[in-house]
Design a protein around this ligand. Sequence first.
Ligand SMILES: O=P(O)(O)OC[C@H]1O[C@H](O[C@H]2O[C@H](CO)[C@@H](O)[C@H](O)[C@H]2O)[C@H](O)[C@@H](O)[C@@H]1O
Length: 301
Amino acid sequence: MGLLTESANNNHEVRELEDGLDSYGTWLEKHPSALDSFEGMVAVADGKKLVLFLDYDGTLSPIVNDPNRAFMSDAMRSAVREAASLFPTAIVSGRSIDKVNDFVKLENVVYAGSHGMDISTPSASLKHQDEGHQIQSVDEQIIEVLEKKIKPIKGAMVEDNRFCVSVHYRRVNQEDVDTLKEMVHSTVKAYPNFRISGGKMVMEIRPSINWNKGRALEYLLDTFGFNSSSDFLPLYIGDDKTDEDAFEVIQGLGRGFPIIVSSVTRDTKASYSLHDPDEVMEFLLRLAKWKKEAESTVPKI
Ligand SMILES: O=P(O)(O)OC[C@H]1O[C@H](O[C@H]2O[C@H](CO)[C@@H](O)[C@H](O)[C@H]2O)[C@H](O)[C@@H](O)[C@@H]1O
């Protein structure tokens, strides 16, 4: 993907691109390409258990205008399937678990939807508990009120992600974006148990609880049985603001690989970068190849 193709209709991101043209190289020095750093990374991972965490939109599928058409390519699906056959793998998304499952269509991965609030493993399913109360699916009323309120804004769209809601403005005229944002803020004000976070041309309305993709990563490491082990390495690939919570947890652990997918300079806690989903696919294939070769050279006793 070229430097100027991603989200070219987003003025802010275009400005970021223009500003970033000179400094992208400098940014890459701080967040080196995971492909260029591959040999060093696998040298660290040798003999350890890598655990993979993959975001969906913008990581496994390219960002597109219509959220309902963010399909994953067959080639990407087969790369993820291959990697997941060799490493414990979770897909961690802001989407509802059912929607991300419909897009990914793989059985050998664990799904964490609604920014990690809804987790399904082969053996159990967790709807995040907050102070002893299981959180409820987002009140139908919020969705109805939001839909009604934003109706006059052409191109705006509400997406029900089960435990959170997205209001999309990628297809909204630039001059209407501030009005839309104001409408969403004033609507959500009436629901003190919810807060708004941002993403790529989307406002995400989520329960005000201390749970995010980082907490989901910790929970999943536990579920995979790595809580007491000292030889695991989490590897998380994501492109959006909500993925920063997971990068932060990995930095806090002092082990593992936080990798951001970005073709522009970004403020991030990730240590490595990949330019776009094509590079994510290439990286996953290299990882699988490395693991298979490593396993075939282990002497059989
Ligand atoms: O955590 P993720 O899996 O990255 O989900 C974050 C949001 O992703 C989706 O929206 C983004 O991708 C859309 C399709 O490419 C794009 O049209 C939109 O502008 C992006 O923000 C999803 O639709 C949202 O509900 C997720 O919250």
